[in-house]
Write a protein that binds this ligand. Sequence first.
Ligand SMILES: C=C(O[C@H]1C=CC=C(C(=O)O)[C@@H]1O)C(=O)O
Length: 417
Amino acid sequence: MPTSASPGAALRAVSEPVDDATALLEYASAAHPLVALRRGDGIVGIGEVARLAFTGPDRLAKAAAAWRELAAAARVDDAVHEPGSGLVAFGAFAFADTSAAESVLIVPEVVVGRRGPVSWVTRITTDDDGRDLELSSPVATPLGARPRATLAAASLSRQEYVELVRDAVARIRSGEVEKVVMARDARAGIPADSDRRALLQELAEAYPDTLTFAVDGLLGASPETLVSVHAREASARVLAGSRARGAGATDDAAAATALATSTKDLDEHAFAVQSVLRSLRPHARAVTASESPFTLKLANLWHLATDVEVELSEDASGLDLVAALHPTAAVAGSPTVDALRLIAELEPFDRGRYAGPVGWIDQDGDGEWVIALRCARIDDDGTITAYAGAGIVADSDPESELAETRMKFRPIADALR
Ligand SMILES: C=C(O[C@H]1C=CC=C(C(=O)O)[C@@H]1O)C(=O)O
């Protein structure tokens, strides 16, 4: 484990432009990478100058308040002024209020970042002795071999998952909930000293439009932006409703059309959009969302997607908005409270940080948060636990939902292949 520390004193961060930092992943730790990358741009953290941990129902609100305080006390010299320069923390939060998994904000000692033509390094330290920051330059090391392993069903066999979905459909038809997301887990093992960056590289190449992330052992490639905040504007990409990609061009186009015209998927999607709009409205001067969803193409799946743009009405930070949004109907269901109760009752495992918010925040509260999907936890001993879920509504077919979860395991399964 990395050393943990809470900042005894205020933090000081200095960002300076550097020559092109092309292969950002080469700066990350092989064992404990801190990464947020999209199409080659983003930030990589090295070391830990502070780790804030939270648990329980208020974990997000507590994190938002703690970060506000820490950022207000920090001394930041940012000569770069790009999203991700200056003081940043990476965060990963548990899905459930009762989860045993700790939710964390990690402030790295060094950040290497890149956005288009601009590259930078940020050095962060505690400001207690008034020292000038003189840390050595970050070192790029070539990625190691990609670890190989095969995922196997863990807490539930495939048949048990099918039965779980059948139970969920019955509970929906009896009127208990309108939609519930049912997940399953799968496990594999890699050597403890495997280079996690090699898996991230594979995810980033196969899923360039997702956020490839790694925070505190959780890594993945999420297509779903919970909220991205920059200069008092926020955006979200809501996903719900999925189809496997077709084998050839004709099949693939037919899969997209079938998805775009499926009442079951459009209903499932509408619940997710409504839950996001409801959560964002109190913080918004204006909210814009397209009237009907578009089909988003990923390497493994088609998704129904809606982009939401928000003009913020107050000084809400990314974490304030995350606290308002989580859990959306894309990962919990609708109505939220009833769906969460059903998940706790039916799913025989702790989701940990799967389906929770993961991302980063800067000193101004700006940042990018996605829902931790298409992801796995890798323990220090090399045990991998991957997760995949599907939104269940009254018309769901249990076998199709099982097939959908298999497609959602593919990013992790393929990266390990
Ligand atoms: C719960 C997952 O996906 C969600 C996001 C997009 C589409 C979904 C669906 O079609 O069911 C899920 O709501 C997952 O990938 O584990």
